[in-house]
Design a protein. Structure first.
Length: 117
């Protein structure tokens, strides 16, 4: 939340534009990765518990080591899938809206570091 304010005040509008573009690109990549990874870990537990294929039956029933590992993956993957990925979308939007609200201030008073040089 403070990043757009600090960058806008210290470095100006042009640098803030670059930071927002970088946040958008990297945030989308991380959100997609988090959602897919969480879904895969979630589905691994369901695959073992269903026992629908020969491979799933060889992993053993509940209580065996593969199932225990899948439960740990589910514990990590479910919040990753449901919260971490989608929350990055909100963070990206919040940074952009905050930058737009303070844009007139940054245009008039931003770039303090470049004014000293």
């Amino acid at each position: 939340m403070l990043t757009p304010l600090i960058i806008g005040i210290l470095f100006g509008v042009e640098t803030l534009s670059g930071v927002l573009a970088g946040a958008l690109v990297s945030g989308v990549q991380i959100a997609i990765s988090a959602s897919n990874t969480g879904g895969a870990w979630d589905n691994a537990k369901k695959y073992i518990e269903a026992g629908a294929s020969e491979h799933a039956r060889t992993l053993g029933p509940k209580g065996y080591d593969p199932h225990k590992a899948a439960v740990i993956g589910y514990t990590i993957g479910d919040p990753l899938k449901d919260m971490s990925g989608p929350s990055l979308n909100i963070l990206i939007k919040l940074m952009a809206v905050e930058s737009l609200v303070f844009a007139p201030f940054f245009a008039a008073h931003g770039g303090i570091i470049f004014k000293w040089l």
